[in-house]
Design a protein around this ligand. Structure first.
Ligand code: HEC
Length: 227
């Protein structure tokens, strides 16, 4: 029917418009990003600990915590999963090579799948990769967490910092909580030669050794802008 009613040039034009819009969708990186509000709604309505009547509408702070938890878990799970697989496959030196080449790429990938206005990264006062150096305000939060730990305080699950009228930073402390971390962050004298060599090669300014079990290593930071 349609075929008979549209002239050839018009049909060509319609096909061209369709092709251009498909290309525009593919070129727009935000087109494939999930929507912040949609994710918040899903996480919020799925929170089992909330009584039904309070689930109706989260406060902005609660929304930010949901997004922060989701984003930090994704980064930790992605990096941790890859690390574990490479440790099993090729030992600490091989896993270190892999991390040196891929930790930042994996972080970029996780960020690509997060909603617009949500970004995640790792920071430390004694960073290995200079990209993980904290900003001034982030360093203050890390110092506060170290002070808290020094006086026997129990670290919070997260810290929320308000950075603007609708902007926040969500910090999740990272602790050396597994013996396996010490392969690459422990006493340098006890490290395998392969690990030591790779550290010297990839990270000449490395500050991330000399840790013990239970030490605060840094934090995952999620930067969140609402509205
Ligand atoms: C196989 C070696 C290896 C192991 C095991 C390892 N890491 Fe790392 N870690 C690295 C490397 C390499 C980097 C730098 C990655 C980069 O360039 O982004 C790093 C970076 C980090 C950072 C980011 C801050 C910084 O210094 O750049 C944190 C936080 C961290 N590691 C925590 C841990 C914790 C906690 C564990 C144990 C669960 C662990 N690591 C186990 C090699 C390792």
């Amino acid at each position: 029917m349609l075929k008979g009613t549209l002239s050839y040039p018009i049909r060509l034009l319609l096909i061209a418009i369709a092709l251009v819009s498909i290309q525009a969708m593919a070129a727009d990186p935000s087109a494939s990003r999930p929507d912040q509000d949609e994710i918040i709604h899903q996480l919020w309505t799925a929170s089992p600990s909330l009584p039904m009547e309070t689930r109706e509408r989260p406060t902005e702070e609660q929304e930010v915590i949901l997004l922060g938890r989701m984003a930090s878990e994704r980064l930790v799970r992605t990096l941790g999963g890859q690390m574990k697989a490479h440790l099993q496959e090729s030992g600490p030196a091989g896993a270190l090579d892999f991390c040196a080449a891929n930790a930042q790429k994996l972080t970029t990938q996780v960020n690509r799948d997060l909603p617009e206005g949500v970004r995640v990264k790792r920071i430390s006062l004694r960073y290995r990769d200079p990209i993980d150096a904290p900003t001034q305000d982030e360093a203050k939060v890390l110092k506060a967490l170290h002070l808290l730990k020094d006086v026997g305080g129990i670290l919070p699950n997260h810290v929320l910092q308000k950075t603007g009228s609708h902007s926040y930073k969500f910090y999740k402390p990272i602790v050396i909580n597994k013996g396996v971390c010490l392969n690459c962050h422990g006493n340098i004298k006890r490290m395998k030669p392969g690990v030591k060599n790779a550290l010297a090669r990839f990270y000449p300014g490395d500050q991330a050794t000399g840790y013990s079990m239970g030490d605060l290593r840094g934090a995952v930071v999620v930067t969140i802008r609402r509205k």
